[in-house]
Design a protein around this ligand. Structure first.
Ligand code: FAD
Ligand code: NAI
Length: 475
């Protein structure tokens, strides 16, 4: 006999565990299945984000930033620290502790909200009057049934053809977060978000870092002006980013990896490195779900086909997060999870895809929400732009971190804010004000007239809003 539930969620990453909690809050009997194992084989809910993504990468970014500060910037404050050393093993074990705190937090939240957790692999078995039967294979086998299924199985790193991940020399995001000693030479393929964040971690710790990017432009999704400034900053930091390359054969040796490629001029090149991180995007996890059993439709990339409300081709089957279209971001997955749970409960959950902020956690951080200047031009929208450099912000000077700017784009006729682009200290936090303002359809004038605390980095957002009307006060 199958165990009956109102809702079964497959996957306990940010999309799945949040959907499960929201559905339980709304009075549903919820099961959540996840197969991730910790080092001792126990459950490790939280998905890519918690185990090998957002959380551990930010832990390492923080540790390496402290190291960089101690080595190069403490002296500006009169602090002398001789022989600053990084114990990589300690840094990694701290990261593992942070991950475990998050895993345990999710298990606690499941208990608190009465979500029944199953540790194992879930797959479709059949469809009947009672709903969809889901088989769970873990230490034991279970059969569950529900009328509503939420698939939140996430994504995995894409490998280069002919260079499978061994997580020793050729690393995905997983191995990249477990490198046991600072490599002398590190190469990354792909100068996207992972390339820049992981490249920054190991550069700060002393590795010579080369990033090989296939496209001729740097950070194509970012506002061009910000991307250009960012490239200059990363070059100065010593990240060797080569654009417009064509990666060829990759060979493993006992000592490391050799990467053959042609550079932007078409000249053949060869890199010998200790470790290679491949960060060229991710593929949706739909293998092993046995979608054929129920006829769940996938697209040519293997992603589950959904409409704007995350409804699949099957009534009662929903899918959220990295396994469907749209940006592969934890907060996008969470918002979709909440919206789906609310729809199952008869409410009208909704995600505004125009207001999903992005953050790249390099130093300086890069964050944006809404449209870029190049998109507005392409869309033929008349706009006004205003920007304010952190160099002219008192708090940034006091912090000793004046790189970058806040840039605001507003409709030329209505003054409604259409996009905000930030490169600089705490950009990840500053972008929230812009997102809230845009959600309330604020004009640049609205932000310009709101009292911002002094001295704070957020004054730069106010000044950028003033700059839209060419009336900055401090620049
Ligand atoms: P996932 O988090 O991938 O979770 C899916 C879960 O489903 C996993 O636990 C998996 O084990 C489980 N699963 C899969 N198939 C089955 C099955 N058949 N049965 C049972 N369980 C199954 N995003 C951000 O917003 N901010 C960041 O700073 C950020 N940093 C990142 C850093 C790195 C290095 C990486 C790789 C990603 C990062 N991301 C970040 C992206 C973010 O991790 C993903 O967008 C997010 O995890 C997607 O959530 P999800 O719930 O869709 O899937
Ligand atoms: P990405 O899509 O950000 O970047 C991949 C890069 O690799 C692109 O610039 C692409 O042009 C390049 N590329 C693709 N194939 C190539 C090839 N054969 N040779 C050379 N270059 C090639 O993907 P990435 O960095 O792997 O990250 C995956 C996703 O994870 C991100 O898109 C993002 O959604 C998420 N993520 C989010 C973070 C955040 O929010 N801070 C941090 C890390 C990951």
């Amino acid at each position: 006999m199958s165990k009956p539930f109102d809702v079964i969620v497959i996957g306990a990453g940010p999309g799945g565990y949040i959907a499960a909690i929201r559905a339980a809050q709304l009075g549903k009997q919820v099961a959540c299945i996840d197969e991730w194992k910790n080092a001792s084989g126990g459950p490790a809910p939280g998905g890519t984000c918690t185990n090998v993504g957002c959380i551990p990468s930010k832990a390492l970014l923080q540790s390496s930033e402290h190291f960089d500060q101690a080595q190069h910037h403490f002296s500006d404050h009169g602090i002398s620290a001789k022989e600053v050393k990084m114990a990589v093993a300690k840094m990694l074990s701290r990261k593992d502790t942070v991950v475990k705190q998050n895993n345990d937090g999710i298990l606690y939240l499941f208990k608190k909200n009465k979500v029944t957790f199953f540790h194992g692999r879930g797959s479709f078995a059949s469809k009947s009057e009672a709903g969809y039967e889901i088989k769970v294979v873990g230490q034991t086998e279970e059969s569950l049934v529900a009328k509503h299924i939420i698939v939140a199985t996430g994504s995995s790193a894409r490998a280069l053809p002919g260079a499978p991940f061994d997580e020793e020399q050729i690393l995905s995001n997983d191995g990249a977060l477990r490198i046991g000693a600072v490599p002398k030479q590190l190469a990354l393929i792909g100068s996207g978000v992972i390339g820049l964040e992981m490249g920054s971690v190991w550069r700060r710790l002393g590795a010579q870092v080369t990033i090989l990017e296939g496209l001729p432009t740097f950070l194509g999704a970012v506002d061009e002006q910000i991307a250009k400034e960012a490239k200059k900053v990363f070059d100065k930091q010593g990240l060797n980013i080569q654009l417009g390359v064509k990666v060829g054969d990759i060979a493993r040796s006992k000592k490391g990896v050799s990467v053959n490629y042609t550079n932007a001029k078409g000249e053949p090149q060869r890199l010998e490195v200790d470790k290679l991180i491949v960060s060229i995007g991710r593929v949706p996890n739909t293998n092993g779900l046995n979608v054929e059993a129920v006829g769940l439709q996938l697209d040519e990339r293997g992603a589950i086909v959904v409409d704007a409300d995350c409804q699949t081709n099957l009534p009662g089957v929903w899918a959220v997060g990295d396994v469907v279209r749209g940006p592969m971001l934890a907060h996008k997955a969470e918002e979709e999870g909440v919206a789906v749970a609310e729809r199952i409960a008869g409410q009208h959950g909704h995600v505004d895809f125009n207001l999903v902020p992005w953050v790249i956690y390099t130093s300086p951080e890069i964050a944006w929400v809404g449209r870029t200047e190049q998109q507005l031009k392409q869309d033929g929208v008349a706009y006004k732009a205003g920007s304010f450099p952190f160099l002219a912000n008192g708090r940034a000077r006091a912090l000793g971190d004046t790189t970058g700017m806040v840039k605001m784009l507003a409709d030329a006729h209505t003054d409604e804010i259409l996009g905000v682009h930030i490169m600089g200290p705490q950009a990840s936090e500053l972008i929230a004000e812009a997102t809230v303002a845009m959600a309330f359809k604020a004009s640049a004038e609205d932000i310009a007239r709101i009292c911002h605390a002094h001295p704070s980095l957020s004054e730069s957002t106010k000044e950028a809003a003033l700059a839209v009307d060419k009336r900055t006060l401090n620049f």
